[in-house]
Design a binder for this molecule. Structure first.
Ligand code: PLP
Length: 406
């Protein structure tokens, strides 16, 4: 019989979201009249900006005319989009990133997973705890870990993020080869300062490590003096790959467009000891396994950079951040300790009275009919915390806060 990739059997059976669904369904069946409010989702709720929709409508019309019809586009994305990205997201912040170093894709989730294609199987890999589960599960699938024991995979280096280190993990003493960092962070809402990222860049350059930097929430940064890109740190071109997405800033979660930056100066070692440009490998990988994002969607993404587009996405981001402020304020007034919510659409709540994450989940569900996400679902160090998402209508946020504080 044909065999399978046995690494898939090591995956912890999708525990978090199915378990949430199970408890919510049981509650709904027992309480058919209760009006549940779900603040657990990491998905946007507001419609696409007008500028993006108009650009996509125009692109659809172009596809209906032989003279302007587009077939396969460049695997790396259209140059007009890559140039806008390079200028607006990087060069305008003093980062030396060229359009040719940007690879447009259909998602940061896919890219953070697929990037493992170009790395060897003998790297020591570090992830934060709590963590965006994609980084961990894709390493399990690739065979980069051992078995799961007590919620941790053998072979991975877990870097705890707690209130004690401001949710910025201590830099490890030992050498690791690949490090996943996500700032502003999902799930904690924490940000990384210049000094903190510089310490990572220095570490990575010293050890010849590579930082996989997920900046999907960059647009939510409101505070001054917080880097939006890792390339704002000197030396990052030699040690970092950055992932960005239009999902959270422009509401593209269902439309799909993102990009990955691989500087041409970034190198890693081949088995024969020679140094190889990672850009070449990723370019080869994309050309072989990917056929580009649709022309229509790339035109929609381009419109994010127009004057109207910028105004409209600012409106969306401000709206979610106001939700987050309301959540922080109301919960703080109710005596809870909260983190995040200022530079990210997530509020990370310390559970009261030493309740476990799941006990607090049940309490909110039973008493307030509000659904959030237990922090322990993102990793062992998330125990005792709870994630509340600001992606919702104002009405739902206000009603949920009223119920929780009551
Ligand atoms: C939502 C999110 C993304 C974006 O993923 P897409 O595939 O581009 O929608 C990336 N990283 C993190 C941590 C996220 O929460």
């Amino acid at each position: 019989m044909t065999t399978i990739n046995d690494n898939y059997l090591k995956l912890k059976a999708g525990y978090l979201f199915p378990e949430i669904a199970r408890r919510v369904n049981a509650f709904a069946q027992a309480n058919p009249d209760a009006k549940l409010i779900k603040l657990g989702i990491g998905d946007v709720t507001e419609p696409l900006p007008l500028a993006c929709r108009q650009a996509m409508l125009k692109a659809v019309s172009e596809m209906g005319d032989r003279a302007t019809f587009k077939g396969y586009g460049p695997e790396q994305g259209y140059l007009w989009l890559r140039e806008k990205i390079a200028q607006a997201d990087f060069q305008s912040r003093g980062c030396h990133i060229d359009a040719s170093e940007i690879f447009v894709s259909d998602g940061a989730k896919c890219d953070t997973g697929n990037i493992l294609d170009i790395f060897g199987s003998n790297n020591v890999i570090a992830v934060t705890d709590p963590v965006y589960p994609v980084y961990v599960d894709t390493n399990v699938m690739a065979g980069n870990t051992g078995a799961n024991q007590d919620g941790k995979y053998a072979g991975l280096v877990y870097l705890p993020m707690t209130a004690d280190n401001n949710f910025t993990p201590d830099i490890p003493q030992e050498k690791v080869d690949l490090i996943y960092l996500c700032f502003p962070n999902n799930p904690t809402g924490a940000v990384a300062s210049f000094d903190y990222l510089k310490a990572w860049v220095d570490y990575a350059r010293y050890h010849g490590s590579i930082i996989l930097f997920d900046a999907a929430y960059e647009a939510f940064i409101t505070e001054e003096n917080i880097p939006h890109s890792i390339y704002e740190i000197d030396g990052a071109r030699d040690c970092a790959i950055e992932f960005r997405s239009f999902s959270k800033n422009a509401g593209f979660t269902g439309t799909r467009c993102a990009f990955t930056v691989i500087p041409k100066t970034l190198k890693a070692k081949a088995a024969d000891g020679s140094e190889v440009e990672l850009w070449q490998l990723w370019n080869r990988r994309q050309c072989t396994k990917f056929n580009g994002v649709s022309y229509i969607v790339q035109r929609g993404a381009e419109a994010v950079y127009s004057e109207e587009g910028q105004e409209q996405i600012k409106g969306l981001i401000d709206f979610y951040l106001e939700n987050a402020q309301i959540i922080c304020e109301r919960l703080t007034n109710a005596g809870l300790t909260v983190f995040g919510g200022t530079n990210a659409p997530y509020v990370w709540v310390k559970t009261p009275q030493g309740l476990s994450s799941w006990d607090f989940f049940d309490k909110l569900l039973q008493n307030a009919h509000v659904v959030g996400t237990p922090g322990s679902g993102f990793g062992a160090a998330g125990e005792g915390y709870f994630r509340i998402s600001a992606f919702n209508s104002r009405e739902n946020v206000l009603e949920a806060m009223k119920r929780i504080t009551a």
